[in-house]
Design a protein around this ligand. Structure first.
Ligand code: CA
Length: 345
């Protein structure tokens, strides 16, 4: 693997052709907005061509995620992008209790559930990933910003996608610190389906990971919300409504996290930004594995960057270890404000 590290410094001749595997909830009351903002960032970036969107159970249940993705595409006038429903649960262990963690903090909703008459494609998400990657060898980047269930299923169906894909960019783990997310050590995407993540990490694919240590450094603040409102487009106003509600919810759910008094993290948009310029994120090769045993450390992503006494095993990924927060935030807001709003449902 090591000789492949850094290879992606070369950009493709055209835009990055990507599949976004995601658990979107933008528009759902008191639900995480970052997947939706990541999709919006990808759709508004000329460096990226979104080939399709695959939905996985995660922050939102599968059916809700499908609705959110269809609705978002409709709002952005991108009904040409297909949405594919995938796994409705993790590979091994049910995690309904993760959603229960949020329940006591649910406040009254001010944002209405998204509604669309559009329907997803008939193909299962895992089959879509396999077919698209195998039909376009070396071309497709899979950007996985939910639990890794769909990606693991696709690899089980057709292991050759590990080599046929251009790259897998994962929002997972925490390369420089504890996650401090669902549990002290488990970030949501790893904790919900660690068995799927390990399968992806063992696949031999070219992998980059953007961890929650980096994504927790980039935020949408109430100042950004005011900028969106001042912009005045229907899309910006809707995003402002969703963001404001999510920030209020986070402040209530995590009273010990000062970052949430006036902002929310932009986990998944930063992961998409891995394709928007090498200067935004700093990368190091590392051996990445995840703890799958039940107990204290389930979902702990162990990132061996050769900083320990014991020799590191060969690298299987590049991990983000630093972020140019200002560069990212400026680019993100520019792209969001430029989002087209051809029709308002
Ligand atoms: Ca996500």
């Amino acid at each position: 693997m090591e000789e492949r590290a850094g290879q992606d410094a070369e950009r493709p001749e055209g835009p990055f052709r990507i599949i976004i595997d995601t658990d979107p909830a933008l528009g759902v009351p008191n639900a995480d907005i970052d997947d939706g903002l990541a999709i919006a960032l990808a759709l508004t970036s000329p460096e990226i061509s979104v080939e399709g969107i695959t939905i996985v159970n995660g922050n939102s249940k599968l059916e809700t995620g499908v609705q959110c993705a269809l609705y978002l595409l409709e709002r952005l006038g991108r009904e040409d992008v297909g949405v594919y429903a995938g796994a409705d649960r993790p590979l091994v262990k049910n995690v309904d209790d993760v959603h229960e963690l949020y329940a006591p903090h649910l406040a009254s909703a001010r944002v209405e559930l998204p509604h669309t008459t559009r329907t997803p494609e008939r193909l299962h998400a895992a089959n879509y990933i396999v077919e698209t990657v195998m039909a376009n060898p070396g071309e497709i980047t899979v950007v996985a910003i939910g639990p890794m269930t769909n990606v693991a299923l696709a690899l089980a169906l057709e292991p050759r996608i590990a080599q046929a894909a251009r790259e897998f960019v994962l929002m997972v783990g925490s390369a420089t610190n504890y996650a401090h997310n669902v549990t002290t050590v488990g970030d949501f995407n790893a904790f919900v389906d660690p068995e799927a993540l390990q399968r992806v990490l063992d696949s031999g694919a070219k992998i980059r990971t953007v961890g929650i240590d980096q994504t927790s450094r980039v935020r949408m603040t109430r100042d950004h919300v005011r900028t969106l409102r001042a912009h005045g487009s229907a899309f910006a106003t809707w995003v402002a409504d969703c963001a404001e509600q999510w920030i209020d919810f986070l402040h209530q759910a995590w009273p010990n996290r000062p970052e949430h008094a006036d902002g929310c993290f932009l986990h998944d948009p930063l992961t998409v930004a891995a394709l928007l310029g090498r200067e935004i994120l700093t990368w190091e090769p590392a051996r990445v594995d995840v703890e799958c045993a039940d107990g204290l450390a389930r979902g702990l992503v162990v990132v061996d960057r050769s900083l320990a006494l014991a020799p590191a095993p060969p690298a299987n990924a590049e991990v983000a270890v630093d972020t140019d927060v200002d560069a990212f935030t400026t680019l993100f807001m520019q792209r969001l404000l430029a989002a087209e709003q051809p029709s308002v449902p």
